[in-house]
Design a protein around this ligand. Structure first.
Ligand SMILES: [Zn+2]
Length: 275
């Protein structure tokens, strides 16, 4: 099955690269109903807690911008296929000119380095939000729950592999001309989406506001334990979903399953992908 889904925004080509898929265990999900927990725990065919790991490629006249880099071999045998997806898009790692990271969690940054800690994308600049950089590299980083020292170690290993090529950017600023970062508070301190504005067209990538879209669109109060600030993350999920549904903006997100690019509709307190 193909690992790429392509759309265009003005003259830019935007390709979702499917690094892999996995199912999240009920233990990492909060605010499930008893019935949902039961179904996830006992029904191996349940798709409720299904997730995908997506990276993105944006091609302009002069740039091959990669956004996020998948999880390499860290999340088991069904993930870590970013390089296959890139190949399907006709590119190798040396063709990437820039990488932007929505945040530095392992499923977004691990694929940027190999098992020995060397840079995989040798010609690329490494762009990250300043607050995100500061969070993971702080001397006072506290080993809190899942966002603990192992994850910080990986983020730091990736940063050190690209040491000379790191560019920190502030929220709202261009990543490359026509593609800018979007402040989406909560998941991590510098968690970002991105927007592409080209010609008269716009695409919004909503970062990690959804990890299990089959559950969270229906009930946005369902959350994962991976949010550094869960209250802010919940607020962000609702605000961003309200914005893309009210303004009818083409959107996608880091763990969107299918379609990769689509429109969201609101109905009551729930959301759904427009058919
Ligand atoms: Zn993620």
């Amino acid at each position: 099955m193909s690992r790429i889904s392509q759309t265009s925004v003005g003259n830019f080509k935007v390709i979702a690269l499917r690094d892999g898929e996995l199912s999240l265990p009920a233990e990492v999900l909060m605010n499930l109903s008893d019935e949902q927990s039961q179904q996830i725990a006992t029904d191996e065919n349940s798709t409720l807690a299904t997730s995908n790991v997506n990276a993105y490629l944006i091609q302009t006249e002069s740039k091959n911008l990669l956004i996020d880099s998948g999880c390499r071999d860290l999340f088991g045998p069904t993930c870590g296929f970013l390089q296959d997806a890139l190949k399907e898009a006709g590119l190798g790692p040396n063709d990437i000119t820039d990488i932007f990271f929505t945040h530095l969690h392992p499923d977004h940054v691990a694929g940027a380095i190999d098992a020995e800690g060397s840079a995989v994308f040798k010609n690329a600049s490494f762009k990250v939000i300043d607050l995100e950089y500061n969070f993971w590299t702080s001397d006072t980083f506290t080993d809190a729950e899942v966002n603990g020292n192992d994850w910080a170690g990986l983020a730091r290993a990736a940063l050190s592999a690209y040491e000379d090529k790191i560019e920190t950017i502030s929220f709202g600023k261009d990543i490359i001309s026509g593609v800018s970062s979007v402040d989406i508070p909560g998941h991590t301190p510098g968690h970002s989406g991105f927007r592409v504005d080209e010609g008269n067209e716009t695409l919004i990538q909503m970062g990690d506001i959804l990890h299990v879209p089959n559950l969270q669109l229906e009930n946005p109060n369902i959350a994962t334990i991976f949010d550094v600030d869960s209250e802010a993350a919940l607020k962000s999920r609702k605000e961003v979903l309200d914005m893309v549904s009210t303004d009818r903006l083409l959107c996608t997100s880091g763990h969107m399953i299918k379609p990769k690019f689509g429109y969201i509709e609101k109905s009551g307190e729930s959301y759904r992908i427009a058919r």
